[in-house]
Design a binder for this molecule. Structure first.
Ligand SMILES: Nc1ncnc2c1ncn2[C@@H]1O[C@H](COP(=O)(O)OP(=O)(O)OP(=O)(O)O)[C@@H](O)[C@H]1O
Length: 262
């Protein structure tokens, strides 16, 4: 079996434009199972656009995108049952209780309602919010909502997980639990596609880091490999260098000057 056949995600020469504006300019990626992929880049670089194409919720791209060997443009959506997703900002049906919401999501994935209920309650309890299982989501704090979103993405035991800023709102203890969970999921062979702007976390958890800038991949390798191609020691420094950014002080000073006007 060649490495291409083993790819869980395969992207070839992916282009995407919104109107006349090119956003993805030839992305090529082969991703094998059992890895945590840190997918990083500046605001507007094209990360969410890539993920939405992989999720099958954004069409009109050029190039070839395959998940589990299945070409997405052929319209077979079975692969979606093997995918979990935590979006950066989510519409959560706030008037539902956590129990109702998770049951709804689990049923969308074809799970048995009894299994969903048992699993969802146990997972919420493990995340310290079991007492809120029957409460409306509208009464939840930001971090509590985020925990429900994480549980919703994992409930059906997917093989690929797409996380967009999954730690948003989580307290330090919950962050440790979450990092451990994803490390164990990757060890089981699952693929984690992890988008975040928190460089310290991406640096630590990722087996492979893909840096995208202006719709193109500008670095792809382990943190150690990225360090070798840069004079910087931290991922934050490598990010600044490879995206050609070094004027943070000047910009901050100008910002303060504008604030002082009038
Ligand atoms: N539906 C849309 N219509 C028009 N332009 C869009 C649309 N979605 C995204 N874009 C544009 O595509 C570019 C890439 O956006 P995308 O959301 O993929 O960036 P990102 O890397 O995820 O950024 P961030 O780090 O800010 O989340 C941006 O310039 C954005 O304005």
């Amino acid at each position: 079996m060649d490495s291409q056949m083993e790819s869980v995600i395969s992207i070839k020469d992916l282009h995407m434009s919104f109107g006349a504006k090119p956003v993805l300019k030839g992305i090529n990626l082969e991703i094998q199972g059992g890895q945590i992929i840190g997918y990083i880049g500046p605001n507007g670089a094209g990360k969410s656009t890539t993920v939405k194409i992989l999720l099958g919720i954004l069409e009109g791209y050029e190039g070839e995108v395959k998940i589990f060997g299945e070409n997405l443009s052929f319209g077979n959506i079975q692969y979606k049952k093997k995918i979990g997703y935590v979006p950066e900002t989510a519409q959560m049906y706030d008037s539902l209780t956590a129990q109702e919401y998770l049951t709804f999501i689990g049923e969308l994935y074809g799970m048995n309602p009894v299994n969903i209920d048992s699993k969802a309650f146990q997972l919420m309890s493990l995340f310290g919010i079991g007492d809120n299982y029957s409460s409306r989501i509208s009464s939840f704090s930001k971090g509590m909502k985020q925990k429900v979103l994480i549980i919703a993405s994992l409930l059906h035991n997917p093989d690929i997980l797409f996380f967009d800023e999954p730690l948003s709102g989580l307290d330090a203890n919950s962050v440790m639990i979450f990092k451990e969970i994803i490390a164990e999921l990757a060890a089981q062979g699952k693929t984690i596609f992890y988008s975040s702007h928190i460089m310290e976390v991406v640096e630590k958890i990722s087996d492979r880091i893909i840096l995208i800038n202006d719709g193109q991949i500008v670095a792809d390798g382990s943190f150690a490999e990225l360090q070798k191609m840069s004079s910087e020691g931290s991922l934050e420094g490598i990010f600044n260098q490879l995206t050609g950014f070094n004027q943070y002080k000047e910009i901050a000073d100008s910002f303060i000057s504008v604030l002082k006007e009038g």
